[in-house]
Design a protein around this ligand. Structure first.
Ligand SMILES: [Zn+2]
Length: 171
């Protein structure tokens, strides 16, 4: 890692506070709740913008990868904890059947491990969890808990949450 990379990474992480295992950014947020920062001149070639999301910068500084679809497994946009950041374009991170654009339709396909009933239950559980948790964020640990309950990956639960893979189902 270049010296200026590690200096910037330390600086960004120093502007967070721990909340459980999450590291919550204390600086400016964009309208979607993501940490927002001015991109240093020496990083603008990589990012192509003057301003950017802090978690994307942290991911780049830590891994050297400009993530195309960076996701939070904790579902908290201002979190900068590397262990909670997953680059959604990495196929190995995704449930087989959740691979974007190539997923099977519902439970009639043998490679699908969640039934439509499961998906509806999971959506219901997520909605209730959100309602009981300030109505804004999902409680920490809800994705891993549901993943264990249904014996699928966290990313599979996440996909249900964002509605990518099962969007043809009525909510
Ligand atoms: Zn987090």
């Amino acid at each position: 890692m270049h010296e200026r990379h590690s200096v910037l990474l330390r600086k960004l992480l120093s502007r967070t506070v721990f909340d459980g295992t999450c590291r919550i950014w204390q600086g400016a947020l964009n309208s979607d709740g993501y940490g927002n920062m001015s991109i240093p001149v020496w990083l603008r070639e990589e990012f192509g913008h003057k301003y950017g999301k802090v978690h994307r910068v942290v991911f780049f500084l830590s891994t050297g990868v400009i993530a195309k679809e960076l996701m939070h497994t904790c579902d908290r946009p201002p979190c900068l904890e590397m262990a909670h950041l997953v680059n959604g374009t990495h196929k190995e991170n995704m449930h087989d059947s959740m691979d974007k654009g190539r997923f099977p339709r519902g439970s009639t396909n043998g490679t699908s491990r969640l039934t439509e009933a499961d998906v509806q239950e999971i959506r219901q559980a997520l909605a209730e969890a959100r309602a009981s948790w300030s109505g804004k964020y999902l409680p920490r640990g809800i994705f891993p808990a549901l993943a264990r309950r249904y014996n699928v990956s966290v990313y599979c639960i996440r996909s249900v949450h964002v509605g990518e893979a099962w969007r043809w189902l009525a909510p």
